[in-house]
Design a protein around this ligand. Sequence first.
Ligand SMILES: [Zn+2]
Length: 124
Amino acid sequence: MNSRLHYLGMDARLIEPRMKLAVLTCMDARVDAASLLGLRPGDAHVIRNAGGRATREVMNAFAVSQGILGTREIMVIHHTECALQRFTETQLAEASAPRPTIRSRNCWGASRILSRRFAMMSSV
Ligand SMILES: [Zn+2]
């Protein structure tokens, strides 16, 4: 058993969140959902993405959370000064669309595939 969860006792073996809660919030580093809500490990599913948006992936996660893992409530937390509010859905979709890939070689000669953006960042 994970020692961080020892305070839960036998509840640490449960995969269902104890509070039967799923939280959607922004990935902004300033948002600390656990501290804000007083959550401890095992209390809730916390789903984060850019802007705390209910995307298809988030809806799929909620379906699993509620359909399989027993949550009954969903809480959405947004925050002020979210950088993602400056962009439209179209702009976000374009920015996160898969990029053409290129191959690079590491120092052992093994090739790997990198996104073009990552490769550009690595070469700086
Ligand atoms: Zn945000």
